[in-house]
Ligand binder design. Structure first.
Ligand code: PLP
Length: 359
């Protein structure tokens, strides 16, 4: 296997994949694959409960928060969150710091009056909008933000203070990368395919009182309270995703939990940004130093005519998926939990060598 810097679906921990491979045909001696078990059976229910317990332990999730294992991708929840948290005529504040925040706004708009209370669009999302520029409404149903913008490579390094209004965070691309104080949030949600497991699963952590907010008529399948009341088994869940998420949570515990992951992620990011900043302008990351993402590092070459050679040669060197998002061009290296320091060292070595040969 090669070093994989994909933004998502992203690299998974090698140990998790190996374990899944070993267990694929016969899970825990039951004579069937975990994929072939009823979600309502004792075996799968045990797995599901263990996964939730491990996630609760990793993030120290307080008891007054429900943990849901849902489907639909983060995108579906861009719409479903206002359906559940906002009543008819309510407004919600959105802080927009990149592509995914914009998407969250456009998908929410049919269900809530969106107030873009802060945005760095005019600064081309190269920085975060200063907190004192935000126009928050104390009557808003909630405040939504994207702690890490996967495409623009911009990350909040502190949880913003928003008063009494519930804070909603799309943590798709930075969940489990560091410890976080869950009690500061009303709702945290994340598509699984970066730091949790395969795509098709969404993990949601929601303060229980918010489950009672929904007032508009909607199918039960859209209603978070119904999912919570049914232990995320209102209908057939993504059992395979849930199983792999559970293995990832166990792996994270074995690694020393989120404090250890935070240390590693910081070291990886420092190594790569150090190499970009120290390249004498050959490589460049334009993001404000205070807002650089530890998870997604977009960078450009001083001459875009070299992009094709960089991609071809990096792939030949065993470094996968470095092509930048089409909206920005250039390169992007995603350094999620499953990417070891060794992979970043290999990337930095390659970049140094490439710069020497083409500089
Ligand atoms: N939010 C963020 C921060 C993302 O990086 C992504 C994409 O991967 C999404 C939302 C969309 O997720 P999905 O494709 O699971 O709907």
């Amino acid at each position: 296997r090669l070093w994989n810097f994909s933004a998502g679906p992203a690299a998974m921990p090698q140990a998790v994949l190996e374990r899944a491979q070993r267990e694929l045909l016969d899970w825990q001696g039951c004579g069937a694959s975990v994929m072939e078990l009823s979600h309502r059976g004792k075996l799968f229910m045990g797995l599901a409960q263990q996964a939730e317990a491990d996630l609760r332990e990793l993030l120290a999730i307080p008891a007054d928060y429900a943990v849901l294992f849902l489907q639909g991708g983060a995108t579906q929840h861009f719409g479903q969150i206002p359906m559940n948290l906002a009543g008819e005529g309510d407004s919600a504040d959105y802080i927009v710091t990149g592509h995914w925040g914009e998407k969250a706004v456009s998908e929410a708009a049919p269900y809530v009056k969106v107030n873009v209370a802060g945005s760095s669009k005019e600064q081309h999302y190269l920085q975060l909008p200063p907190r004192d520029s935000w126009q928050l409404d104390p009557r808003a149903a909630y405040v939504h933000y994207t702690p890490n913008e996967t495409i623009h490579g911009v990350e909040f390094h502190a949880i913003p203070e928003v008063g009494e209004v519930p804070l909603v965070a799309d943590m798709s691309s930075n969940i489990l990368s560091e410890p976080v104080d869950v009690s500061r949030f009303g709702l945290i949600y994340a598509g699984a395919q970066k730091n949790i497991g395969p795509s098709g699963l969404v993990v949601m952590i929601i303060r229980r009182d918010l489950l009672q907010r929904a007032t508009r008529p909607m199918s039960r399948i859209f209603h978070y309270a119904d999912h919570a009341a049914n232990d995320s088994m209102l209908n057939t869940p993504n059992t395979w995703g849930w199983y792999l998420a559970g293995l990832t949570f166990q792996w994270l515990k074995e690694q020393g939990g989120l404090t250890a992951m935070c240390e590693r992620n910081r070291a990886k990011a420092e190594l790569l940004y150090g190499s970009i900043d120290g390249s004498g302008g050959f490589y460049r990351n334009p993001i404000d130093l205070a807002a650089r993402s530890r998870m997604n590092v977009p960078f450009t070459l001083h001459d875009s005519a070299l992009d094709a050679a960089f991609l071809k040669e990096s792939e030949a060197a065993g470094l996968l998926a470095l092509k930048g998002h089409k909206a920005l061009g250039g390169m992007r290296a995603s350094l999620y939990n499953a990417v070891p320091l060794e992979a970043v060292q290999a990337l930095v070595d390659f970049m140094g060598d490439f710069a020497k040969r083409h500089g």
